[in-house]
Design a protein around this ligand. Structure first.
Ligand code: ZN
Length: 258
């Protein structure tokens, strides 16, 4: 972590408080000069990338702020990759203030990407949670489901966290079986995405339908069905989500066949 003296005039800062991004007159980025009054005596500045740094502020007066989610879903042309990375680093630091082994405080370690226990020296690295997201296909149809958590009328791919000891392929087969009662095969990796809520790595796959009838998992899946690629419901935007890109790419590949 960088002492503030090393910040140059061109440095750009992202300031967080309680997990929200503080705005600087409507902008997400602050200069070292404009951020200075807010940073206090010994701020921990987390290098994000290039000349961009993040800081997690505690206390202080109320400033205009936005959630990362609201920025992600806004039409504003913000640098989402930097915001996403900064948010994940700040979340990691906020949730590793104390050592899980001995309970003492942690401090920045030798490199920028490690926190070290002041007492026992245990090291804490940023944690990423891998997930699979899968588009199950049956020729000209795709399986889409709606979770109870989605906005109404909104469908997406199935997804789930990789459990300890599983390969992504095993997770995928288990999740599809649990959530909709289907068997799949010909599992192949397609593309991935970092998803900062709070720190997922979404691994996007395609899989072919092999058998079974759709049985939505009670409490998890409100509805799941086969949609013809020519008649889709509201789906996630391909601009921001790997689910949207998986669907869009498959639909495009099918249209070439027609
Ligand atoms: Zn410790």
């Amino acid at each position: 972590m960088i002492p503030p003296g090393r910040l140059t005039a061109s440095a750009r800062l992202l300031l967080f408080r309680q997990g929200r991004i503080l705005l600087n007159g409507g902008e997400v980025f602050w200069s070292a000069r404009t951020a200075d009054p807010l940073l206090g005596e010994n701020p921990r500045l987390l290098p994000v990338a290039g000349n961009c740094f993040a800081a997690d502020l505690s206390g202080g007066d109320e400033k205009e702020s936005r959630s990362l989610r609201s920025l992600l879903f806004s039409e504003n042309d913000v640098e989402l990759e930097l915001l996403s990375r900064a948010s994940q680093l700040v979340h990691w630091q906020r949730t590793h203030r104390f050592c899980g082994l001995c309970g003492e405080s942690t401090r920045p370690g030798e490199t920028d990407r490690v926190l070290e226990c002041v007492a026992c020296g245990h090291l804490f690295f940023p944690r990423i949670n891998p997930c699979v997201i899968v588009l199950v296909t049956r020729g000209g149809e795709i399986l889409l489901a709606r979770s109870a958590r989605y906005r109404s009328g909104f469908y997406s791919c199935l997804a789930g966290f990789i459990e300890i000891g599983e390969t992504p392929e095993q997770t995928l087969s288990r999740e599809v079986r649990e959530e909709v009662g289907l068997e799949v095969g010909n599992i192949r990796y397609a593309q991935s995405q970092s998803w900062p809520f709070p720190s997922q790595l979404m691994l996007g796959f395609l899989a072919d339908y092999r058998g079974g009838e759709i049985v939505p998992e009670p409490g998890e899946i409100e509805d799941a069905r086969w949609f013809p690629v020519s008649d889709l419901p509201n789906i996630p935007s391909s601009k921001i989500s790997v689910a949207g890109r998986l669907i869009e790419d498959y639909v495009r590949s099918r249209q070439k066949h027609l």
